[in-house]
Design a protein around this ligand. Structure first.
Ligand code: DGJ
Length: 752
């Protein structure tokens, strides 16, 4: 900012959004960040700055208009003003920019060109809801302010409202775009972003969370270069392949220092997230619904709302960015009775029985679980219809009478009588051809006439863009919920979408099916969570295929991965923690050899990994020895004592499984008086070097006690805490032999 241009106008310091009419400049500002843009002389929104808080002032000089060859200009006679060279808030094609637009429309006359110009704006207290879509929220108006900037394309009459919200207590800005057809002719939306942000350089590494089924959300990083680097989903779900998140960090940024921008999309369907580096090293960051196979017809008077994008800024490294996401998503995205409540320790029968169970077996598993302190028994796939294998039954949400001759209500009563909560598995979006639902409504699946629909795991996708389909599934689920007085639902989804065609939509609306499906899914979640607010929902899609912020709005926890191997889970949970809080990650102890990797890891390590999530078991306790059952009891006691701290504390990633044979992480309570430190070794190393870990987030001048010894916070953070282990090689004390996959947990408590 140039000295002497300080604004003299009176500013209400409680405000978070300032508009200076004199320069036509918007400044969104809190204690952490500033986001500044202006209206150009011809009504375009030019981006000026995004980063740490700047004082109020005139920043128009950040727009650099220079003559450059081989481009096009907005006005005849002018050789300076080309949008190709400027950073913008809402770029479009056809107005002298050649990069990817924020919105692409097509009109009846074949034109795809628009020229959106500032119309007016309004600043609101709080944060309006997004119609039919999950979004972050506030509990009182003072937490946030919202700026709606309205643009108009005078030729078509289309209006765009860009909605920016800035939180007072978070370095967070959210954005979404509302498209309103105020013209007299229908048009099509061919592509719409939720956020488009131009950054002045390209000196970033792009971090993405990518992988596959049972290998979700591994951390990958690439240095940006000229051109487009992107991640996307084309599967109708956010997917195992890529999570709707990226971070742009400076090459020198580490976990604990340096600049990073995190971008996450609150959406569960096809998304596209891209960083486009132009020829002048400007980075255009964009996120939204994937334009792949997308086309939305907008009649006169109709409007379309994009999902919400969440932008997090940090100057203190990746861990600080993650802690912001954690706090925001835990307290201002997750909702309902279970948001802040202690989550029950569950036992799920899937890996214990698969489809091979009857009432007696389940009751025995539940009784054993109760005896060690489990609080919730979850009956997974197979309890309904004729579901004795995965070729039959989906769509018939009525208990199997052969398995439950006394009704599922009676089973639930018995479980409740044991003092356990009762949960059931559903896969509401799917149907098997061998089901009463399919036999009655064969036309309810997604398919196009003339092609045979493709199956995934022998199942077909119900057309959730149709209200009557969603209603019918709701009715079935509600009946079971009422009959069983259900406490918990695991909502699964086990195949991607293909044959994306709805028999109920007009030909020109088929490009809407992917998104309408997601809206139908949200609608069903909304109805169920509203009608049954005390049910705890856990979302799932073959493990973590739909671990996204969209579903966290309805279900505060997600089954993180079908891979329950403790070693594999280190990478999966570590990667997931870049965005998602521990309170969202379902994490269970399972049997060994592990069913996914055939690996044998110690029971203690399986517990030590699963603690850092929403803890549970996925096994039949009858298969454990008495000594192992004692360990399970201890694990359950530990988790009951520490779960509030684990879910509400600050998580620190101290050593990464992606570049080390050791993984170390910790959780520090909000008041910093209690710390849980966990260390996991992969392979044993002989005659290992000395090793210290430097704790984070403690009170420097407090004394902490662990294993009967006291250390100052300063020492633990600066001199470090010893993780040295010389016991592999020629140990003197045979009892302390160390092995592959060993792990250790320490609890540090402040000495008052
Ligand atoms: C996939 C889930 O991820 C598993 O946990 C289990 O519920 C199966 N589906 C059941 O079919």
């Amino acid at each position: 900012m140039i000295l002497g241009t300080l604004i003299q106008e009176r500013i209400n310091m409680r405000d978070l959004i300032f508009y200076q009419e004199t320069y036509k400049q918007f400044h969104l500002r809190n204690d952490f960040i500033s986001y500044i843009f202006m209206i150009s002389h011809d009504g375009k929104l030019l981006h000026l700055y995004y980063g740490p808080t700047l004082p109020e002032g005139d920043y128009r000089h950040l727009v650099e208009m220079k003559h450059r060859p081989m481009t096009t200009y907005r006005q005849e006679g002018d050789l300076l003003y080309s949008l190709e060279h400027l950073q913008q808030e809402f770029p479009e094609y056809g107005a002298t920019d050649f990069r990817h637009p924020a919105l692409e429309l097509s009109f009846e006359n074949g034109s795809r060109l628009t020229d959106f110009i500032y119309k007016d704006h309004v600043i609101l207290k709080g944060k309006p809801r997004l119609e039919g879509l999950p979004a972050t929220y506030v509990e009182n108006e003072d937490e946030c302010q919202t700026l709606q900037v309205n643009l108009i394309d005078s030729v078509s009459g289309v209006e765009v409202s860009i909605q920016y919200s800035i939180f007072r207590d978070f370095p967070v800005i959210t954005r979404s775009h509302l498209i309103n057809n105020q013209g007299s002719r229908p048009l099509s939306i061919e592509g719409v972003t939720s956020l488009s942000l131009d950054l002045p350089d390209r000196n970033y590494e792009m971090i993405q969370l990518s992988g596959a089924w049972a290998r979700e959300r591994h951390i990958h990083s690439t240095l940006l270069r000229q051109g487009i680097q992107s991640i996307e989903s084309t599967r109708g779900i956010s997917s195992h392949l890529h999570n709707p998140f990226i971070a742009l960090k400076r090459p020198e940024t580490t976990e604990n220092q340096g600049e990073v921008i995190g971008l996450s999309l609150i959406y569960s369907g096809n998304f596209l997230l891209q960083a486009e580096v132009d020829t002048f090293d400007v980075t255009r960051l964009q996120v939204g619904i994937n334009p792949f196979q997308f086309c939305w017809k907008l009649d006169p008077g109709a409007s379309f709302t994009s999902p919400e994008a969440v932008l997090v800024y940090s100057r203190n490294g990746l861990n600080d960015m993650s802690q912001t996401f954690h706090r925001l998503y835990r307290t201002r995205l997750a909702r309902g009775e279970w948001r802040d409540k202690e989550r029950p320790i569950l036992l799920n029968n899937w890996e214990a029985t698969y489809f091979d169970f009857d009432q007696e077996k389940l009751l025995r598993i539940a009784q054993n679980a109760k005896e060690v302190g489990v609080e919730l028994f979850v009956l997974d796939d197979g309890w309904f219809g004729k579901r004795t294998n995965d070729r039959t039954g989906l769509g018939d949400w009525v208990a199997n009478r052969e398995r439950f001759p006394d009704t599922i209500g009676a089973l639930s009563e018995k479980i409740h009588d044991m003092g356990l909560k009762f949960g059931l598995w559903f896969e509401p979006e799917m149907v098997n051809k061998d089901s009463d639902l399919y036999r009655t409504h064969p036309d309810w699946i997604l398919e196009v006439a003339g092609h045979s629909p493709r199956h995934g795991r022998n199942q077909f996708v119900l057309d959730f863009s149709r209200e009557e389909v969603v209603d019918a599934i709701y009715e079935q689920m509600a009946r079971v919920i009422e009959e069983t007085k259900l406490d918990y639902i695991k909502w699964d989804m086990n195949r991607p979408l293909t044959d994306v065609f709805s028999k109920s939509l007009a030909p020109e609306q088929q490009g809407e099916v992917f998104h309408r499906y997601v809206l139908g899914l949200y609608h069903l979640y909304d109805r169920l969570t509203t009608a049954f607010p005390s049910i705890l929902f856990e979302s799932c899609a073959s493990g973590g295929g739909r671990f996204d912020p969209g579903l966290l709005y309805y279900a505060p926890q997600t089954w993180t991965s079908d891979d329950t191997d403790a070693v594999e889970r280190l990478k999966i949970q570590y990667g997931t923690s870049l965005v998602y809080p521990l309170s969202t990650m379902g994490a269970h102890v399972s049997i060994v050899p592990n069913h996914q990797t055939n690996r044998i890891t110690p029971l203690t390590t399986r517990g030590n990994v699963a603690y850092f999530g929403v803890f549970g078991y996925e096994l039949d306790l009858a298969e454990l020895t008495q000594a192992e059952k004692e360990i399970v009891k201890e694990q359950i006691d530990f988790y009951k004592k520490e779960r509030s701290l684990i879910h509400q504390g600050n998580f620190y990633r101290l050593r990464s499984p992606f570049d080390s044979n050791q993984v170390v992480w910790s959780v520090v309570s909000q008041n910093r008086s209690r710390v849980i430190l966990a260390q996991y070794k992969l392979l044993n190393e002989v005659n290992r070097a000395y090793d210290r870990v430097y704790l984070q987030g403690l009170k420097a001048d407090a004394l902490y006690e662990v294993d009967g010894k006291q250390y100052s916070g300063a020492e633990l953070m600066l001199a470090g805490f010893s993780l040295s282990d010389a016991s592999c090689g020629q140990p003197l004390n045979q009892e302390k032999l160390s092995r592959d996959f060993d792990s250790h947990i320490w609890v540090f408590e402040e000495v008052k």
